[in-house]
Design a protein around this ligand. Structure first.
Ligand SMILES: NC(=O)c1ccc[n+]([C@@H]2O[C@H](COP(=O)([O-])OP(=O)(O)OC[C@H]3O[C@@H](n4cnc5c(N)ncnc54)[C@H](O)[C@@H]3O)[C@@H](O)[C@H]2O)c1
Length: 278
């Protein structure tokens, strides 16, 4: 029981990585506040958490809206009265069919050109299809959401004087910056920088701030990718497969628990070897 008597606030906890993290934290003894913009999905996960550790709650929280974040933290205060761990996990990728179609067909054309002529003549031009609203939404959910929740969590952790942990979900896109979603890459890169800056500030009161930068993990987030695209990703991955949500949850448990007491300002990247940064 690595998180016995701890409390955790998880954003985007209704699906994929957030759900796996919530379940594992509960299995390790934490009372989890499972939050999501979709309350029904958060409640389903909270019910699963309660089977391992009583007391898990679900809350609707839209991380892109600071008033929704404030209200969710206030509700968590009433239920738990304490906060040990914040996991900033909520996120999206592009699902706009027009954007995806343009990107996918051009990506395939590029691959065919590389295999036949050896040089690329088709240009991706993703920037041409990115509207102000799309760019805003990407930054709002990932970067602003991380900021809003951290701004709520840190004063609570400081005040209680028992330290704490903040885990921010970045991506290999934040440093490897693969083509196709420059706004997503920018948001994730900013989350890595924000994590380091907060790690320096929060160290004086014992709060450790780290990021996880997963590679491609098989969750509902990747629904816009077809099986052929997933197979191509697996082929480029030295471990020859996509990751599982539970493998990211294990990284989160390491950063939340007693085995990482000298780790702060770092990024842990479970990615099957598709990106080797050091
Ligand atoms: N799956 C991957 O391959 C992968 C790789 C690297 C990083 N990530 C990151 O991991 C995080 C979780 O992704 P996932 O794969 O579990 O995706 P997912 O789609 O399975 O789950 C994301 C959850 O976030 C919620 N959400 C979306 N917008 C929200 C908002 N405004 N406020 C609150 N909740 C909101 C969704 O309702 C959903 O429950 C994201 O930040 C994503 O960018 C995922």
């Amino acid at each position: 029981m690595k998180l016995k008597d701890k409390t955790a606030f998880v954003t985007g906890g209704g699906s994929g990585l957030g759900a796996a993290i919530s379940r594992l934290f509960a299995a390790e003894g934490a009372r989890v506040c499972v939050t999501d913009i979709d309350l029904d999905s958060a409640e389903k996960v909270a019910a699963e958490c309660r089977i391992s550790t009583p007391g898990a709650i679900s809350l609707r929280c839209d991380v892109a809206d600071s008033s929704s974040v404030r209200a969710a933290f206030a509700a968590m205060d009433s239920a738990f009265g304490d906060l040990d761990i914040l996991v900033n996990n909520a996120g999206i990728i592009h699902t706009d069919p027009e954007y995806l179609a343009a990107f996918q067909s051009k990506g395939l054309a590029q691959m065919a050109e590389l295999m036949t002529t050896g040089h690329i003549e088709t240009h991706l031009d993703t920037i041409d299809h990115l509207t102000d609203a799309m760019f805003d939404r990407m930054l709002k959910i990932h970067l602003y959401g991380t900021f809003y929740c951290t701004r709520e969590a840190l004063p609570r952790m400081r005040k209680r004087g028992k330290g704490g942990r903040i885990i921010n979900m970045a991506s290999i896109m934040g440093s490897a910056s693969l083509a196709g979603a420059p706004d997503y890459a920018a948001a994730k890169g900013a989350i890595l920088a924000f994590s380091r800056a907060m790690a320096r500030e929060a160290a004086s009161y014992g709060v450790l701030v780290n990021a996880i930068a997963p590679g491609f993990i098989d969750t509902p987030l990747l629904t816009p990718l077809d099986e052929q695209q997933k197979a191509l990703i697996a082929m480029q991955t030295p471990l020859n497969r996509l990751g599982k949500a539970e493998e990211i949850a294990a990284a989160a448990l390491f950063l939340a628990g007693p085995d990482s007491t000298f780790v702060t300002g770092q990024s842990l990247s479970p990615n099957g070897g598709i990106y080797m940064s050091q």
